[in-house]
Design a protein around this ligand. Sequence first.
Ligand code: PMP
Length: 425
Amino acid sequence: MTWSNSRNKVLSERAQAVIPMGMYGHQSVMLLPDDYPQFFQRAEGAHLWDVDGNRYVDFMCGYGPNLFGYGNDVIDAAYSERMRAGDTMTGPGEAMVELAEAMVAQVSHADWAMFCKNGTDATTMAMMVARNHTGRKTIVLARGAYHGAAPWCTPLKKGVTPSDRANQIFYDYNDVESLEAAVRKAGDDLAAIFASPIKHDTFVDQESPTVEYARRARELCDERGALLIVDDVRAGFRLARDCSWSLVGVKPDLSSWGKAIANGHPISALLGADVCRMAAGTIYVTGSYWFSTAPMAASLATLKLIRETDYLERTQALGQRLRSGLDEVAGRHGFALRQTGPAEMPLIMVDDDPTLAKGYFWNQALIKRGVYFHPWHNMFICAAMTEGDIDFSLEAADDAFKLLKAAGPLEAPTKLAFMHQMLEA
Ligand code: PMP
């Protein structure tokens, strides 16, 4: 079937009339290459169909939730059974206690769990717990790291006041000196250091944490009586069957979770150590949907698959196959790729492409060949992908490089200029 986008165009036009800017937040395709579909009709396993019926091998995995494949039978059966018996009720079900037990058993630094809906709920609660525990205000964060879309952390400044951003000091990821300087600046007011599990910022090469940086963050918190927070919303259970910083041997006091913990069903979590149990129990946080039982049942089923399957080794091997295959294909056409981050959570950018013109062209060609890549956000490998999906994607990449080579010099995408204006405003 040839690729087409007429239905998507009609829906996008209708959306312009009734949804501000047609879409918002990370879901807006306004900053993606032309022809990226905005609306989808169906998803199954590692595949996604847009409203025009075009099929994609989906390397975004719903921006992270899809770990075991869309519509995973076991997880969705657990969800449906609980939904029929009672989901959003006047109070939670047994599954809440079972899930807290399961998360505490799974994540080595955790002694307790609280559940919420979005990753932003969990990161905001982490900040509140740290401030409540210490009686201090200042949080130290890595510059450019994403922790959600509340006024204290949303990337754009529109609608945000300086006081929403007060009591924040920034450091550079993996830079021990800048971390120490930020902590010194916080003086006796340090409540917490926030760390992403890996540097998974948009537009820049990804980095794993150095052991030196992670250990120093732990020491600085211990010296000052502050709390160490790892924001595992995006990477949680994709890099390890424990908190991602178990890979560098550092235990945080708090970790925030979301996305993959229920394979797409809406639930997030804050996990913590005993040291701040009381502080966590005395902040007021809640939500109408936070105690829904069906997503908790889905999360329990997801955790069972995390414990009992080789999903992690599988996604790592598939990621490696993609990585080495892409390097080979790019080289064949005289291009190089910057493939950074763990293979199972890769960021893939065309090298020597400061304006992203080549990357936009190449990604757009991939979309039309049934491969959903992202030009500047890390991607994800799910356990439902097959070697066949990877090989299909490599063939598409081969074609896309051929077109890129034939295209010659390209103009910078104007969309990105618009984004820079928004960021600076
Ligand atoms: N932290 C990180 C590291 C994230 O990647 C995200 C979402 N992309 C969030 C927090 C916020 O999660 P949510 O969008 O579910 O609020």
